[in-house]
Design a protein around this ligand. Structure first.
Ligand SMILES: Cc1cc2nc3c(=O)[nH]c(=O)nc-3n(C[C@H](O)[C@H](O)[C@H](O)COP(=O)(O)OP(=O)(O)OC[C@H]3O[C@@H](n4cnc5c(N)ncnc54)[C@H](O)[C@@H]3O)c2cc1C
Length: 471
């Protein structure tokens, strides 16, 4: 049995690098080793946080001064049926591993987030969504069943019919109810390694939302980039990308486009600049005047290419941010936070307009703003609504931390007033009261009752859990 040796102490951060914590890190390869770490934690009166690839922006996968179980080495593919597209995997298998394994047989994960680095376990705990949330639902909606190790050492198998309550709670349960140890997913049949993509540039927020609304019943994926610097009548201007799967027979060479090599993101820009150094070239522009100029150029270029239609490999469409390795470093040593909120359709335009205007009035504009369409789901700690999400990245500096928290508090209130919701994978600034308000008393009570039932010793915790639910 391992001891809590000092050399296990490891500094860890959330993806945004703004939240840092030192923890005793364990990297199990088998379920028995997870149980052993649970015993060890009990013996030392410590808590345990589960961690996948650490791609949550804030404090969901950190545990200051306590134990962290990094599950990335539990990354075996356990079973694959190329006829049905059903795959069984360990929790540390990443989104990248998934599609690299299955695409050649004509299957793609039904839901993927904006980066391929996350693990399947992390995607379940946050119940991630993709650019098709309004159509395909969340990651959890494509899980046929999972097995989880509960903190008391017992094992449970759950599906939408078997142990239903646990199925709908552990998925979305922020990793504090149990450990996913094996997951069975239904993948999506694709007939090409490419999507048909269309891009155009709405001149303001009203047009952006109207266009997305008009396309939601016909298009498989929609996502909008917003120029967070543009104000006045151009507030909310930006670019929409919509994409559709190709029907059978449309791709003249599916055997070629379905090969994983066809999906590889280029490692040079325009065949000249290595993508590995791009973050260094971006860094000098990561300030208000620099971003204003870059956004202006990007918007102008989008207008010139109005309603451009082209084909793009799945990976290139979905994982735009993975094109630029270490892009987060361009934000500087203090990193960034993301503020993502979800607002029902009827209130989305007015609420997002006020929020964008407030960021500009406070001179804390977001350097990256993304808008997506969503639909509600049945999972306990759900973040989605029948409406839109706005994700805003804010650069942190030593001087702006307090002003940024105050801005986020005011943005939070606007979202709550509009009946909106938040997402724990992205959160760094919510208060316990705000979390309670958007989730509702009944949901919080159910969650905490379940937590007490499954984990009476409160073994599974995280910095996020303690911040919002008191630990
Ligand atoms: C560039 C970028 C783009 C993104 N785009 C999107 C997007 O489009 N849509 C979206 O929904 N999200 C998006 N995300 C967020 C990301 O998908 C989620 O934070 C996801 O949960 C990260 O998975 P991970 O493996 O890194 O898990 P971590 O961040 O390490 O952990 C996330 C949670 O999972 C828990 N956990 C991990 N493994 C297990 C397990 N085996 N059993 C139980 N609990 C476990 C942890 O305790 C923690 O609560 C994005 C993140 C980045 C960095």
């Amino acid at each position: 049995m391992p001891m809590l040796e000092l050399n296990r102490l490891t500094p860890l951060t959330g993806f945004g690098r703004a939240h840092r914590a030192v923890s005793y890190l364990f990297r199990p390869t088998h379920v028995e080793q997870i149980s052993a770490v649970f015993d060890l934690a009990r013996k030392h009166g410590m808590s345990v946080t589960l961690r996948g690839a650490g791609r949550s922006y804030g404090d969901a996968a950190t545990n200051a001064g306590q134990i962290v179980l990094d599950l990335q080495r539990m990354n075996r593919i356990l079973a694959w049926n190329p006829e049905t597209g059903v795959i069984r995997v360990e929790p540390g298998v990443t989104i990248r591993q998934l599609w690299e394994y299955t695409l050649e047989d004509g299957w793609w994960p039904a839901v993927v987030p904006g980066t391929m680095a996350p693990t399947v376990g992390g995607c379940l705990a946050m119940n991630v969504h993709g650019k098709n949330n309004y159509r395909a639902g969340t990651f959890g909606e494509h899980v046929k069943k999972f097995t989880a190790l509960l903190p008391d050492g017992s094992t449970v198998t759950c599906s939408p019919r078997r142990n239903r309550e646990l199925f709908y709670s552990l998925i979305s349960g922020i990793g504090v109810l149990g450990v996913f140890t094996s997951i069975t997913l239904q993948l999506k049949r694709v007939h090409s390694g490419e999507l048909q993509v269309e891009a155009w540039a709405p001149p303001n927020l009203g047009a952006m939302i109207a266009d997305m609304e008009a396309r939601k019943d016909s298009d498989d994926y929609i996502v909008g980039w917003i120029d967070g610097m543009a104000g006045g009548r151009q507030l909310g201007r930006g670019q929409i990308h919509s994409a559709n799967y190709l029907p059978p027979g449309e791709d003249p060479a599916p055997h070629r486009t379905l090969r994983p090599e066809h999906q590889n993101l280029p490692d040079t820009l325009l065949g000249i600049v290595p993508t590995s150094i791009l973050w260094r070239l971006m860094a000098p522009w990561m300030n208000n005047p620099g971003t204003r100029l870059v956004n202006w150029g990007k918007y102008l270029a989008s207008r010139l290419g109005e309603h451009k239609i082209y084909r793009q490999p799945h990976a290139a469409f979905h994982f735009l941010l993975d094109y630029i390795p270490n892009w987060i470093r361009s934000y500087g040593p203090d990193g960034l936070i993301q503020f993502q909120s979800f607002v029902p359709t009827a209130r989305a335009e007015a609420t997002f307009a006020r929020m964008l205007a407030l960021t500009q009035a406070r001179r804390l504009p977001s350097y990256l703003v993304v808008i997506k369409r969503h639909r509600p789901d049945d999972f306990l700690l759900s973040h989605a609504v029948d409406g839109y999400s706005l994700a805003m990245d804010f650069k942190i500096t030593r001087r702006n931390r307090a002003r940024l928290q105050s801005l986020c508090d005011d943005l939070t209130q606007m979202v709550l007033d509009a009946g909106g919701r938040f997402y724990f994978a992205k959160d760094s600034t919510l208060s316990p009261a705000a979390a309670r308000q958007y989730l509702g008393e009944e949901t919080v009570t159910r969650f905490l009752e379940l937590k007490r039932r499954l984990d009476p010793e409160n073994l599974l915790q995280s910095d996020l859990y303690r911040r919002l639910f008191g630990g």
